[in-house]
Design a protein around this ligand. Sequence first.
Ligand SMILES: C[S@@+](CC[C@H](N)C(=O)[O-])C[C@H]1O[C@@H](n2cnc3c(N)ncnc32)[C@H](O)[C@@H]1O
Length: 644
Amino acid sequence: MEAIMATSKVRNVDEVLNGHGGTVEPSVAAKPSTQQASQCNGATWENSSMMTRLGTGGCRKGRKAVLPWRFQIGYKRPRSQGLSQDGGSDGLPATGTSMSTDGTGASKSMDGSRHIGVAAAASVPNKTKVDNGDRHRPMPKNRVAISRESVMASLQEFRLIYRQLVAQEKADCGKQEHDLAAFQVFRERLCVEFDDRRYLGSVPGVHVGDVFDSDAELFLVGLHRTQQSRVDYINQNGGRTCLAVSIVSYAQQSAQNNNLDFLLHVGSVAATTGQNMEGTDLALKQSMDTKTHVRVIYRFVMTGREELTYYVYGGLYLVEKFSKEKLREDKHISTFHLRRLSGQPSINIHELVEKRMDEPSNGTFTVDISSGLEKIPISAINSISNEAPAPFRYISHIQYLRKYQLDPPSGCDCVGRCSDSQKCACVMKNGGKIPFRKTGGLLEEKPLIYECGPSCKCPPTCRNRVGQHGISFRLQVFKTTSMGWGVRSLDFIPTGRFVCEYIGELLDNEDAQERGNDEYLFLIGNNYYDVSRWDNLQKTIPSLMNGPGEEEENFFAVDALKCGNLARFINHSCTPNLFTQNVLYDHDNKGMPHIMLFACEDIQPLEPLSYDYNYTIDGVHDSEGNIKKKRCLCGSVECTGWLY
Ligand SMILES: C[S@@+](CC[C@H](N)C(=O)[O-])C[C@H]1O[C@@H](n2cnc3c(N)ncnc32)[C@H](O)[C@@H]1O
């Protein structure tokens, strides 16, 4: 019986789930009762602390080419205004993108932008989003639009992680375990506001005929969200109604022959005559009574050298009728007859599966390129080719040469969070005002900011300590199509928030020139007195009032070629979403400020991070003194055309 096969397969998955600390909600599908049915069934692929480390960086040799300074700290566009607007987006404004379907199969986000159509065409009903527990949960703030593109991107990333785990571990455990491990990595590290709700009707971004490799993938995209049962259902009306939302059908003969118009589903419960219908059978019956559409996913096994299982989304069905088949004396089983809605694309399951098998499997994934040095793992993903980031040594603090070991400044005596601006020495150094909001966002871009430091008496929670605490958003290095590697955030980043520091080796002018690094060199400490940029703001900072001092006569640079952090991968844009900020906290030398990158606008999940490299066009020369030119590929409508 199909139902029995399904259950035994699923049990293995459950064992794996439990074995790894994954939490499985109590199943009501296995042994349902009418009361139990008032809770929605389904295992959740919960977060787990299990994490597999998949690679570390090494050191690569320096390059020969000698070039002048590459980056100049700076930022041309006057975006700092946006930062000072109170109430900005530090309060995380909801820009939710919950989907609605307009009956044409095309979906719209709440901001009105259209995404590629979902499942089927005109006959597809409006999709309703429902919670696992029939509760109304507010939409997570700033949820990324669930478009076809984002569903496919998630799937691709999940497959990459899965393949990488299989390849790296070469473990003797079965496919299911890798599914689970990959899902855990995906969920913990990659997914953006992972949406684990159950959907009624079509699922945004998923098309009829989409092929999936595992039930973990079905869960991931939202087609079928239970591990225990072939039928997934939801509760409505406080548990009084339960409705089937999806069925995984073990491909029947009719489906093998590409006749998908009808589906015969054998119920899961062998009941005694006169016993009330329960669990998933009841859900299917109530879907029939309410004419609720049910998604059907065909499970398809390809036998060859090894047996491979695929799942093909067949579309939406209506439960037309059910009948009771007598088993033994007093036992019967319910059989449900489903009919496919008209107007949906016709599909050939065989062909689709074979096409999926032939798909090339490019890509690399590294769980944490920082090898644990950052508070939050920094994953690296390449879904374009098999190239991994070139080796470099990941460091999370600036490396000073011994000759530049600097003493910490005297610091403040505050015992609180430095909120008394008249008494705090560090606040005074900032011109009498803490430069950060209570929520950590920078109030405005400034020539220089003094954070409290190691000699201060204030606690780590002091409001005047931000950049020194390091990364707080999930950032990911990813392969771009035209600019090599780049960095994106997996989280929403509100305007003004600290993103990361540009870390590398601190060199003086001479050493930097000798290194001849033309890609990862950041010139620092030279822009305090750029009046056009600061609009006299430097006059509000006591240490800058008297103009350049001795310490600013030498130029320094941060070189991230051999050693650095993820900031070395951030690309240039003519309309950047980050700006660089000079910050001092652990020493007082204005010639060597920390280069902290802050968001100059709200940054949506998966949006590439960028800042303005601020090259002088025609100001970059090769070792013979010839002008070097490089086209800018930032793709912005305001692109000047040249990086330098
Ligand atoms: C600091 S690295 C950025 C990370 C780099 N993409 C990588 O793969 O390691 C700077 C180099 O990236 C490339 N790059 C960054 N932004 C670019 C842009 N807007 N247009 C063209 N190339 C860019 C250039 O080769 C530049 O020298």
